[in-house]
Design a protein. Structure first.
Length: 367
């Protein structure tokens, strides 16, 4: 099944983006809109969820600007994918109960994708749901994780196996937080932006392909959010169209999970893993749904210009393929891919032979 989505022009003006149940505010107006919301809504209490990094680097930039008539409490979590689990949730639920949180409380998630995913899940399930706001602080969470209402946690090393789709009251995108990040984290988010170009906007892909910096990206961040929001509006619960956002993620998540569990291999950031996944799935697209070989090579070259190659041995590849059986898009025991018939023309629910997956790894590993 192949989908063509309407063209989204490169963003110029930082207007807010509305979805049916949420709104995304950018830059200078973000704090203004937050404070208006806090003054208009009678929250019994406000809880800001941070990790040790955002507590140190982002909270001092954020908290002094917040105007609230409600009591504000800070709850700090340990950072890292390895802490995105039910044990962390249980700890936070207990703290919320001890601090008197009720169904009229508000949670503000100040952090990257791990924190906004997990914080949203904690809020969506505490007392059967309290309102929450996402304030993403990494490039990855700005362009992907905090938009669209997907919340969740991992099941062991298996990515995002437990969760619900619940949209935040609002998302505040404040690019100044990017100044607190090292380049590796910025590259991780840049991979998702490249994906947005591949699945929906050839012009955007070309612009990003020529980009060799990761900090002055405000207008491009807006374009990525517009692309994802347009997909989410059409298919909020991922029944058809939204599956295109999984390009690179079927194998990317398998690789990320394998590296997370295997202590002998360097743990990959999400964007690093899906960058590999997009090279692999670009090749698979060439073999299965009509993407040209030239375009598959172009995709490989662009990602290799930004990310170091990971060397997989045969046993590593076997293990990554084995992880595919846990992919969330599977049904009736079949692994289904989101691929590309062309840049801007995704194809979803595609069955792929294991032999083709192994060929894709060979394509990735060759010079």
């Amino acid at each position: 099944m192949i989908f063509y989505l309407y063209f989204v022009p490169i963003a110029r003006i930082m207007k807010s983006i509305k979805t049916p149940n949420s709104i995304v505010h950018f830059s200078d107006i973000a704090i203004e809109k937050l404070n208006d919301h806090l003054l208009e809504t009678d929250y019994s209490s406000v809880f800001i969820i941070v990790d040790e990094n955002t507590h140190e680097h982002c909270l001092p930039l954020f908290l002094p600007k917040v105007v609230s008539q409600s009591t504000i409490e800070i709850i700090e979590l340990e950072s890292g994918e390895e802490n995105k689990n039910i044990e962390t949730c249980t700890q936070v639920w207990s703290v919320l109960s001890e601090l008197g949180a009720d169904r009229k409380s508000l949670m503000i998630n100040l952090g990257g994708g791990v924190l906004t995913d997990m914080g949203g899940f904690i809020a969506a399930t505490f007392k059967r749901g309290i309102q929450f706001i996402n304030v993403p602080t990494t490039l990855l969470s700005m362009v992907d994780a905090s938009v669209g209402g997907k919340t969740g946690i991992d099941l062991g090393a298996l990515k995002n196996q437990i969760g619900v789709i619940t949209e935040p009251e609002m998302v505040l995108i404040m690019p100044e937080f990017l100044n607190t990040l090292e380049e590796r984290q910025l590259k991780s988010g840049f991979a998702e932006m490249l994906k947005h170009g591949l699945i929906q906007n050839h012009e955007y892909w070309k612009i990003l392909s020529k980009t060799n910096h990761y900090r002055d990206l405000s207008a491009l961040i807006k374009t990525s959010v517009e692309i994802k929001a347009a997909v989410v509006i059409e298919d909020p619960t991922e029944q058809h169209l939204r599956k295109m956002l999984n390009f690179g993620h079927t194998l990317g998540h398998a690789i990320e999970s394998y590296c997370l569990e295997n202590k002998e291999i360097k743990t990959l950031l999400h964007g690093e893993a899906i960058a590999i996944g997009m090279i692999l799935e670009g090749f698979i697209s060439y073999k299965t749904v009509g993407l040209t070989q030239e375009t598959a090579v172009e995709i490989k070259n662009v990602f290799n210009a930004h990310f170091s190659k990971v060397h997989f041995m045969e046993e590593d590849i076997n293990q990554c393929i084995d992880y595919l059986k846990f992919d969330k898009k599977n049904s009736h025991g079949e692994v289904k891919f989101a691929l590309l018939s062309n840049i801007g023309a995704p194809a979803i629910d595609i069955l792929v032979q294991e032999e083709t997956i192994r060929e894709a790894f060979s394509f990735y590993l060759e010079n």
